[in-house]
Design a binder for this molecule. Sequence first.
Ligand code: AMP
Ligand code: ZN
Length: 469
Amino acid sequence: MMKVQLYNTASRSVEEFAPIHPPEARIYSCGMTVYSFAHIGHLKTYIASDILRRTLEFAGYEVRHVMNVTDVGHMTSDEDEGDDKMDVGAKKEGLSPWELARKYEEHFFNTIREVNIIRPQVICRATEHIQEQIELIQRLEKNGFTYITPAGVVFDSNKFDRYADFARLQLDGNIENFRTAADPDRKSPQDFSLWVLNKPNHVMQWDSPWGRGYPGWHIECSAMAMRYLGEELDIHTGGIDHIPVHHTNEIAQSECATGKTFARFWVHSAFLNVDGTKMSKSLGNLYTLDDCRAKGFTPLALRYFFLQSSYRKPINFTWDALEAAQTALAKIWEFCSELPAPSVEPLEDYLSEFRAALYDDLNTSAALAVVHKLIKSDADPAAKARTLFKMDDVLALDLATSRTRLNDLRTMRGATQDSEQKALELAQQRQELRKQKNFAEADRLRGEIEALGFTVMDTPAGPQVKPLG
Ligand code: AMP
Ligand code: ZN
């Protein structure tokens, strides 16, 4: 059997995947912090873990996939500084942190379903696993890896001599700009909270052996991963931003509690940037799947867009690039919608080339190249259909329902053109209102135009509209 090769952050090299309990492959994915909408950067990372899962299943493994929901304890910095993101978000929206968490959790799972991400078998919320977290902290306490300050129970990183290894940290006082938490009672800047005390304004609080408080963000992932997958995972996934702090801390606390290697493989996806800069709310370049749809893109165009490059490469997002991805996907759908009923047997040579691409550290762009080669080939159309639909077990581009997908896309595109026409009419009315100095009404119309997903540009030739963003 051909073996799956994966890049392992722990060794900084590509290694052959071999699970601890074959044929089962146990994967833990760090989930969303549910204080706001999931954006398309999140989707890059979760599509990567979905491709990993589907590839392992394609290779015959039985995947057990666990994903947490961070609904407490993730501070506004990835260290312990600032406030809990849940508290900040809840105040802003006039909701309780619990209501906020449910709202964005639901949005997240609806979003990932639309890009055909298979829902992990276990979804676990941090707030529903407080006892497991307390027990893990107690194990660490018993093993001598903690100390207590007025701020809470802290992990003593100096007691774990491999602390810096995973992220190749230079702990010589030159710790980049991460670990700035200025808690005067900490022995070292990289020590981190396991249980937070004395935060009376924090809404979510639980009793513990150390007093009322709440867990740190890192301990929740270790505790829930072990609860559902045991003390040794096959694969742990996340975005590369988690390497220096979150995953470093997960490894430290898990391995100091159990004495075992926490995860054999660490698979990290690189970031999605926008127009050459970091995607962020403050820069106004943070897009959700809903934004993409409002501009006439089908969710699967985004999936195709990500499949075009390696999960390990940072991607620069532009609307033009998404348009090109959608055009390419629509062509595949067009081709597939004309195919006859699939034959019984797939084309093994194409499948094995496809497999080789994916097993080479999830090389989805090479896998798509095989798809295009097959489409162009003069193979029997019924066999092509069978082979393409089989490949779609991993690609998940809805190839078997291409005709419906294409129709949906055309309907949506038509609707978007209607919106543009309507926005242009409103922009012309707005110009008249401005001439009449009725600025209040003109502003209201600008709001309506924006609600349609467009912005107005005043040009010498009159008002024009273009998609927002
Ligand atoms: P968070 O909710 O911030 O904990 O993020 C959830 C997951 O999405 C983590 O694995 C992050 O590394 C990942 N992530 C966040 N922003 C991006 C981005 N712009 N590109 C790719 N992955 C991201
Ligand atoms: Zn995590």
